[in-house]
Design a protein around this ligand. Sequence first.
Ligand code: KMH
Ligand code: ZN
Length: 275
Amino acid sequence: MEKLIITAAICGAEVLKEHNPAVPYTIEECVREAKSAYEAGASLIHLHVRWDDGTPTQDKGRFKAVMDAIKKEIPDVIIQPSTGGAVGMTDDERLQPTELNPEMATLDCGTLNFGGDEVFMNTENTIKYFGQRMIERGIKPELEVFDKSMIDMALRLHKKGFIQTPMHFDLVMGVNGGISGDLRDFVFLRHSLPAGATYTVAGIGRFEFPLAMAAIIDGGHVRVGFEDNVYLSKGVLAKSNGELVAKVVRMAKELGREIANPAEARQILGLKPLK
Ligand code: KMH
Ligand code: ZN
């Protein structure tokens, strides 16, 4: 079986220090969390950035500062900026980190009701616009799907030339407004993916580790991190993103699945090797 790529979603846009004091806001805190995840076995960092007071931003300068600081400490890690940003941001605001030509970026494949009046907007035209931008800049999209219909959307937009193969999906499961984190739904999504695609699963909250286990067994890849879940186990806050990654590494070890380093992850994802 292919080696396991572990992604660490270290920061997110919504989770706060009030939820877990180790949630990073400053550049130094982002470096600390990225390093802890990398040292534990993550080869890929899914990155949101904040201002020092915790406000989410897609500011290009802030992304550059955080990415440069992370790369200084861990030069070979793959950094995947978010183009989802936070609810309410405009498309162009969200796209700013693509101007830095990262190896990868997220591409959210549909609109989602987060709850109350919060709508995470991704119209078909937005997805086309983002897909086109990533093709032009040679950025590999991680196709974030929160439901089955979003896989279908990605396939339709692939046929229209806005998304290239081989496709890599992130099955985000257990978000309010999206598909549940039940094993039945994991099997449904996983078998709805096109041949030749790779996937990672991001289980939200209590679904993080059960779905990680399912993906390890199935040959998929795993995302963990404070963006998705702040607990190491029931009622026990994780002290770092590294602790969450280390738990996945232990699970993989028990099941005989080896962990991919960044070079191996680049190969699996079809990214160019580092010079
Ligand atoms: N923060 C959410 C509104 C992504 O990174 O592309 C969007 C999100 C998805 O987290
Ligand atoms: Zn994100």
